[in-house]
Design a protein around this ligand. Sequence first.
Ligand SMILES: Cc1cc2nc3c(=O)[nH]c(=O)nc-3n(C[C@H](O)[C@H](O)[C@H](O)COP(=O)(O)OP(=O)(O)OC[C@H]3O[C@@H](n4cnc5c(N)ncnc54)[C@H](O)[C@@H]3O)c2cc1C
Length: 407
Amino acid sequence: MKSTQADVVVIGAGVLGTSCAFHLADAGVQNVVVLDRGTIGGGTTQFAAGQTGHLRSDRISLEFTSYCADFFENFEDKTGHAVDFHQYGSLRIALTEAYVTDLEQRVEAAKSIGQKTHYLSVPEALKLVPSLRLEPTAQILLSPRDGFVEPRSVAVAYAAAAIDHGARILTGTAVEDVLTSGGRVRGVQTSIGVIETERVVLAAGAWTRLLGERFGLNIQVVPVRHQLYVTAPLSCVREDQPIVRITEPQLYARQHMGGLMVGGYGYRPMSFEMEDFPEDFEIPALSADHIYYREMHEAALPFFPDLEKVPIVEQRRGLPTMAPDGQSIASNIEGLDGLIVASACSVGGVHHSPGIGRIVADIVTDRPKWLPADGLSAARFGSEFDNNAHLREACEAVYARMYRDKI
Ligand SMILES: Cc1cc2nc3c(=O)[nH]c(=O)nc-3n(C[C@H](O)[C@H](O)[C@H](O)COP(=O)(O)OP(=O)(O)OC[C@H]3O[C@@H](n4cnc5c(N)ncnc54)[C@H](O)[C@@H]3O)c2cc1C
């Protein structure tokens, strides 16, 4: 190792850690070092559907996600590196009255910050997505700014941009401990030696809680398994079709290599304790929940009947992190100066990565925050979820209602 000192060490080179590194280096922070025990984007990031979706029903979240949407629309201008962003919009489909009200709230919130959305008739929607089947009573909202991106390419592009600004990325380098004294961070113990630093950004994905515990912190975030599958190509799938999100069965589907990529929430939600896995466990070794896949497939069939006749060619799964209220964490940690956590993006870390990176850079550089970030503070739960079983139960419950948040 050339130097044993860094201004900031980022733990984890997933989409969150690399975004933090880019935003820090771009904000003028010198000597940023990113450490990953594996490869860039080699954790949960590589398995994401890579969908972006900015429509929210409260104003702060909407402004946050609008910034993220704008970032993806201008990714190359902002970072100097291109990503393959496909912006064909998304359809949010409500089948029952309660979710129609939810759609209306999203439209109102979008209007309040000048964002365009349109209602579509069922025939209009089916023209855009010929493989879809809907009852005539379905209500459909088109969000033109939504899209999808190859997720690992996003982490790689952030990493390349961070390097352009002077950051260093050390892969194959595990963080074993965070060294502290007098209530503040002093360095990190890694598999290749000690790096002295007074600031650490903890963006270790599924391992965030476990690492926190190792240095005496209770970071209230847990990994929850999320799964999707991809079919062989189907002649009725259009390359430029919008993403489909159907609220009641909590399903999404988008085009991928001519087939359909189908994922869903609420099918046997399961959180994990990383200490129960072997020390050398990596995300690609996560076992499948076949019942989850089957239940999700059966729920999707009425909407995409062609799924019956096409083979599944790929399964993806990983461990995105959840907080008990379903919101992200991007904040200092009380009781340990110099430690900043970037985590709990639910199943939206790729999309949220620009905003989280920006907030982390605000915290480190002490510049004024661009949005009130209290809702992302790690301290917001107090002692309510100190009990581990209660924490896991709450995070699983939030995951299970991902599209049903307002109902
Ligand atoms: C099937 C699926 C579909 C998804 N779809 C979407 C989607 O459509 N849109 C979206 O925005 N999000 C989606 N997500 C969620 C998204 O993948 C995550 O929110 C995001 O990838 C989390 O990134 P991360 O950087 O926090 O974690 P990770 O990508 O897991 O990165 C954490 C890194 O930390 C490293 N690390 C851990 N411990 C240590 C240590 N001790 N020392 C050094 N390094 C360490 C790991 O090696 C890893 O590389 C999906 C997820 C799944 C599983």
